[in-house]
Design a protein around this ligand. Structure first.
Ligand SMILES: [Zn+2]
Length: 306
């Protein structure tokens, strides 16, 4: 019951924050305010009435067209709302334990809720960056840099919160880091290292590409995005994200070459089409945030390492 309620609340909040994200995604690149004026058609400036503003439902009722001028409203709008809602519902489902007895003592519930909210913010940020890179090949510093800071802050706060709570009440999770080199700072040290190494790795790939091909293949935005993934995911899961992004990027490149051949474009012309690698990195990051541990465990047992 409590689990169902949490999932429904998370999905509804996801729809609302997905809807707000759409406003940001349209107005940030145009350097407009995200609060004023009220939501309107980008074509005829018709101000949307309350029901046209309902996430998902508004778009369906309008059949994807403006009521006044019938200009098409992009599929991106309902898609972003649906994706954020699904990711947040899944986060609630994976964080809130199914056994009601497990929800007490209250500090544990508070800890789980905060952890779930942090994961929700990270996923929201990744959806945001994925769309910006798809539509504008743009990974703004004002998102990636605070993203790095917030990710690291989470792993400073988490072990201290755990050790504080377990000193007060019986707690199933403990921050048992006494024997480790950095004590309670160990998770931060690990995630900080993953952010730095991830960034350095991307810088090396960037330089390598520039030397080999004589032009820029990876932007500095991608470098900062990988540092952000490292800060949130840690060394093992950031590798999962990088591998997933590379596989997705290669599939997209093959699809691009095939499409160019079908349209009988001159040989090699596909190489001029920029691929939004940041989008693949964001999708890889989402996959890794949700299933990273399981993917690593499956790979380990497949490779006979465990
Ligand atoms: Zn219109």
């Amino acid at each position: 019951m409590l689990l169902t309620v949490s999932i429904v609340i998370a999905a509804l909040l996801g729809l609302a924050f997905g809807s707000f994200l759409n406003v940001c995604l349209t107005r940030w690149p145009a350097e407009e305010s995200v609060v004023k004026p009220r939501s309107h058609c980008r074509n005829c400036t018709h101000t949307l009435s309350w029901w046209e503003n309902i996430p998902l439902l508004g778009w369906i009722l309008l059949r994807g067209r403006c009521r006044e001028c019938h200009a098409a409203i992009g599929v991106r709008y309902p898609a972003v709302e649906l994706v954020v809602a699904a990711l947040w519902a899944y986060t609630a489902w994976s964080f809130i334990p199914t056994m009601p007895g497990m929800l007490f003592p209250t500090p544990m519930l508070a800890f789980l809720i905060i952890a779930a909210v942090m994961q929700a913010i990270f996923l929201w940020l990744l959806v945001c960056l994925a769309v910006l890179d798809t539509e504008h090949l743009w990974l703004p510093d004002r998102l990636t840099l605070p993203g790095i800071g917030l990710g690291l802050a989470v792993f400073i706060a988490q072990p201290f919160a755990l050790s504080w709570i377990s000193s007060m009440v019986e707690f199933p999770f403990t921050a048992n880091l006494e024997g480790t080199r950095f004590g309670l700072w160990t998770p931060f040290a690990i995630h900080f290292g993953a952010a730095v190494l991830g960034g350095i790795l991307m810088l090396l790939i960037r330089w390598g590409y520039q030397i080999l091909r004589g032009r820029e293949g990876l932007g500095l935005g991608d470098v900062k995005l990988v540092a952000m993934l490292g800060a949130w995911l840690g060394p093992q899961n950031v590798l999962v994200a990088l591998v997933a992004a590379t596989v997705l990027g290669m599939i997209a490149a093959v699809a691009l070459i095939r499409a160019a051949r079908l349209r009988e474009q001159p040989e090699g012309s596909w190489a001029a089409t920029p691929l939004p690698f940041g989008t693949f990195l964001c999708i890889g990051g989402i996959v890794s945030a949700l299933w990273g541990e399981r993917i690593v465990a499956a790979y380990m047992s497949f490779a006979g390492l465990r």
